[in-house]
Design a protein around this ligand. Structure first.
Ligand code: ADP
Length: 273
């Protein structure tokens, strides 16, 4: 029988304690680094539209106001930059609420095909500007019922479809596919644009990550869209997948739980004569 050595037991306990504390310190350091990087990113993103708007307004105040054409053009540019700032603040707020879990999700049965048609309606002007056809497939599924938070799902579809239109090829097409499984509906948003090369593919979900910085800014994105999409889908217990072939196009897809539609409001209604 081996006698237990009290000194050795104490040593082991100290070792476990120190390792635990070291892990906590490492976690805190990581968090602090994340916080600092985040602040640096945010300040940088804020500066661009603020400087631009300031520039236009000061030039106007310094005399450019006299020329009616310049006045209108510069005011429009200042307004556009302030609009970008507004979108950025709103996106940041959603992202931080998603990250801290402050957004309450409201899972309901909803028709995601109808939602897609509505989102297409909201984006038809920018699609028409680039002559992009918007399609939903297959034709034999007039309704597609899933269990999801309708407002958040609208944000997901809006971000993914808007990206497909913005980054897709002119005269191209965007297709939303629904694929019915036993328990799940797979939603795929497909474009036939230039695609995303492999080295960028797993980074596009990071906040403020853009493949082509200058082009994305010109197009008008905040760089937060896909980070928001990823968080919303995580909160639905699902993941976003992306497949892309250079020059062929990009497909973003995710699965949602099917909702049973056995009892709709209409079925429950009593007919009162
Ligand atoms: P942004 O506001 O810049 O659009 P996102 O987070 O929505 O930010 O997207 C991140 C980057 O991923 C974009 O800047 C763009 O470079 C790339 N991207 C997103 N969707 C597509 C797509 N369908 N085709 C090609 N590139 C895309």
């Amino acid at each position: 029988i081996q006698e237990s050595n009290p000194l050795r037991t104490i040593n082991d306990e100290i070792f476990v304690y120190v390792t635990k504390k070291q892990k906590e310190i490492d976690e805190l350091k990581k968090l602090e680094l994340f916080r600092r990087e985040f602040l640096a990113d945010v300040s940088h993103e804020f500066k661009t539209p603020i400087f631009a708007a300031q520039g236009f307004i000061h030039t106007l105040l310094d005399g450019a106001m006299e020329d009616e054409n310049v006045r209108e053009r510069f005011l429009l540019k200042a307004a556009k930059n302030l609009d970008s700032l507004d979108i950025l603040v709103k996106d940041l707020l959603v992202l931080s609420q998603m990250e801290t879990g402050d957004i309450k999700m409201n899972f309901l049965p909803m028709d995601i095909r109808l939602l897609t048609s509505n989102v297409y309606g909201r984006l038809e002007n920018i699609a028409a500007d680039r002559n992009i056809a918007l399609k939903i497939k297959p034709d034999n599924m007039p309704e597609v019922w899933v269990k999801a938070d309708p407002d958040r799902m609208e944000q997901v579809m809006l971000n993914l479809i808007e990206n497909a239109i913005k980054y897709g090829n002119e005269n191209g097409k965007v297709i939303v596919h629904f694929n019915e499984g036993k328990k799940y509906i797979e939603v795929a948003i497909r474009d036939n644009g230039p695609g995303i090369s492999p080295e960028h593919l797993n980074r596009i979900f990071e906040r403020f990550y853009r493949v082509d910085k200058s082009r994305s800014k010109e197009i008008g994105g905040t760089g937060l869209g896909l980070a928001i999409v990823k968080h919303i889908l995580n909160a639905h217990g699902t993941k976003i997948a992306v497949m892309s072939k250079p020059e062929k196009g990009t497909t973003f897809s995710f699965k949602l739980e099917k909702a049973s539609v056995e009892s709709t409001d209409a079925d429950d209604q009593e007919i009162i004569l």
